[in-house]
Ligand binder design. Structure first.
Ligand code: GRF
Length: 201
């Protein structure tokens, strides 16, 4: 049995409360990478003594080219640091190209809705909660899924539900879901670590 720890890379774009949930749960993280230089998540990483990396999408490129180029740089970090699991925790760039293949079954994303509903193009942040309220849903929640070449389409690992309450605003719904995300991301990472370690033995 291989007892070497599996190196985890967490990708972030903003506050990083989900990253914090992982740290608070005692999950060892090898590095944190943000696509935005000012992301508070980077502060959290530094405070925890974890390498905090920044890779900003290239300004001169657009669309697919931009995604591919950024994904290539992230893949290089993964290879250099021998990353075994990539966790997208509030990461707003879309990944494409070789990283999808190379990390197939080893890359997960957290989405603030009950997929397959309310996923795909434009469905991030407050947009998701606004769409859920506009559709008159009685429940929402969060999903952790494997990343594949589609947008929010990979195999679902777990979901946690919350009720949508009368008088909810996108903010109040987001806050209720956020609390569940912090539980879900920890659970999903532990699940993945178990599964991936079993693959190694
Ligand atoms: C979460 O709602 C996550 O589902 C979404 O972005 C948010 C990130 O929150 N993809 P945080 O940066 O972890 O606080």
């Amino acid at each position: 049995m291989n007892n070497a720890p599996l190196n985890i890379l967490v990708l972030v774009s903003g506050n990083g409360s989900n990253l914090q949930a992982l740290l608070d749960a005692g999950i060892k993280i090898a590095a944190v990478l943000s696509d935005r230089p000012g992301a508070y998540a980077l502060e959290r990483a530094r405070a925890a003594g974890i390498p905090a990396l920044t890779e900003i999408p290239a300004k001169g490129l657009a669309g697919d080219e931009r995604r591919l180029e950024l994904s290539g740089r992230i893949l290089r970090h993964c290879r250099e640091r021998q990353i075994g699991l990539v966790v997208l925790a509030g990461f707003l760039s879309v990944l494409s190209g070789d990283i999808i293949e190379e990390y197939s079954g080893r890359m997960i994303n957290l989405h603030p809705a009950l997929l397959p509903k309310f996923g795909g193009q434009g469905m991030y942040g407050e947009n998701v909660h606004r769409a859920v309220l506009a559709a008159g849903e009685s429940e929402s929640g969060c999903t952790v899924h494997l990343v594949d070449s589609g947008l929010d389409t990979g195999r679902i690992l777990l979901q946690r539900k919350v009720p949508v309450l009368g008088g909810d605003t996108p903010e109040s719904l987001a806050e209720r879901i956020h609390r569940e995300e912090h539980i879900a991301i920890v659970e999903a990472v532990k699940m993945m670590l178990e599964g991936l370690k079993m693959e190694e033995t």
